[in-house]
Design a protein around this ligand. Structure first.
Ligand SMILES: [Fe+2]
Ligand SMILES: [Fe+2]
Length: 421
């Protein structure tokens, strides 16, 4: 039987060599001739082994001894080829990634012309129509700087309605699967798990960029929102672009790249469901999903730290976590504004109180009305209960207390809950 097993190993070696030759890895390393010669030798050995099987079966002890020695050599060769094959795969991934980066640079050079837009909404539509996520982040950062520095001054052209895409442009190289079919991410205890978690975060950030520009482009003019609304979501969009870029770089540092694993688009499903209602968009995407990110981030950070990956833990803790609180705060602030301040130009968005000396009981009444509206909208547009435990401290810093979200939670686990970071 040993020789039969060896002939199977030989078959495997031939397959590996053939695959290396087909990928021109041998050519790349200048050893193509050696790879082909080894294939020929192993092929001969395989033929001899099959022949030896018959002789051994007939009781030839010399052949049995020879097979024993050959066995060690074959397994050594097999181990070596496994290592070469793994190295080849890693080189292949790096080469693909380098090509993608080259194409990004070319796209970036071409689209520098797109950086100049007349209004913020026009620029936001330009970002939404940019497919490459790295270029999307770069263009978004440029537009945000132009708005914040006053180079772009007009939020929108009152006489012009620009078409906002139903679904932002995306590259097709990200394999999409249903949320329920996503592979398990693990707990950051292995490199594979850390890559999977960071990959999912990169994908979420890519959608977070689009969601921020979409709320500006889709609702800014339609709801005649004040200038501060545009500025708040421009800052969120700029943060999300930075989060995407930093996490994608970190993913490469972990030996992977964006697109190496499947992803799901649950976040855009809820954007589509709220595409005609700004209150619903603010509540579901910017209060429910963003706040869910705040709930899970501390555990994720601890897991990376326990897994020995302090670099990712520091990035999440020092850069992403504090900025996510401000994103949630923007959602809560403008939800309150639409409920209480849209009809009242003197309303202060930083407080629930109406101007003109509203007393405590009036403030409580107003807050209760806003919270009731929030519950009603979340129950209409968000399927299933919210999932505890909640990060009360971070949610409080974002401007909403337990009375906003606890009545929306039940004890069962809700697998449909998605997160924005
Ligand atoms: Fe983010
Ligand atoms: Fe965010």
């Amino acid at each position: 039987m040993a020789e039969l097993l060896l002939s199977v190993v030989a078959e495997g070696i031939i397959g590996t060599l053939g695959s290396l030759a087909a990928k021109e890895i041998g050519l790349l390393w200048g050893v193509k001739d050696e790879v082909e010669s080894l294939m020929s030798t192993v092929s001969t050995i395989k033929a001899v082994l099959l022949d030896a099987e018959e002789k051994h079966a007939a009781g030839n002890h010399a052949v049995k001894d020879w097979l024993g020695k050959l066995e060690d050599a074959m397994y050594d060769a097999d181990d070596l080829l496994d290592e070469v094959s793994t190295e080849a795969l890693q080189r292949e991934i790096m080469t693909r990634d380098k090509k993608a980066k080259k194409s990004r640079v070319a796209t970036g050079k071409m689209s520098r012309r797109q950086d100049r837009a007349e209004t913020l909404v026009e620029a936001a539509v330009g970002v939404l129509n940019t497919a490459d996520p790295f270029e999307k982040a770069r263009l978004g950062d440029s537009v945000a700087s132009q708005w914040l520095q006053g180079t772009i001054t007009q939020p929108y052209d009152p006489s012009r309605d620009l078409p906002v895409p139903d679904r932002p442009a995306r590259l097709s190289n990200i394999k999409l699967v249903s949320p329920s079919l996503m592979p398990k991410l693990g707990k950051a205890g292995s490199l594979q798990s850390r890559q999977a978690i960071v990959h999912s975060l990169v994908h979420i950030e890519s959608w977070a960029i689009d969601l921020s520009w979409d709320i500006i482009a889709r609702f800014g003019k339609q709801a005649a929102m004040p200038r501060d609304f545009f500025t708040d979501f421009v800052k969120v969009a700029q943060d999300e672009g930075r989060h995407f870029t930093l996490l994608a770089e970190r993913l490469e540092g972990l030996g992977s790249f964006y697109g190496a694993l499947p992803a799901h688009d649950g976040l855009w499903d809820s954007a589509t469901a709220t595409s005609t209602d700004l209150l619903a968009r603010l509540a579901v995407e910017h209060c429910v999903h963003e706040a869910r990110g705040l709930d899970v981030l501390p555990t994720t950070i601890s897991r990376f730290r326990n897994g020995g990956d302090n670099e990712t833990a520091e990035l999440l803790e020092r850069v992403i976590y504090p900025e996510e609180i401000t994103h949630c705060a923007a959602g809560v602030k403008w939800f309150k504004y639409l409920c209480l301040g849209a009809e009242n130009p003197a309303w202060n968005p930083g407080s629930l109180a109406s101007p003109g000396g509203a007393g405590e009981s009036e403030k409580t009444l107003e807050e209760n009305e806003v919270i009731q509206k929030f519950h009603s909208i979340v129950r209409t547009y968000f399927r299933g209960p919210l999932k505890p435990p909640f990060n009360e401290e971070a949610r409080k810093a974002a401007g909403f207390g337990p009375q906003w979200y606890e009545p929306l939670a039940v004890k069962e686990v809700n697998p449909r809950v998605t997160t924005i970071f």
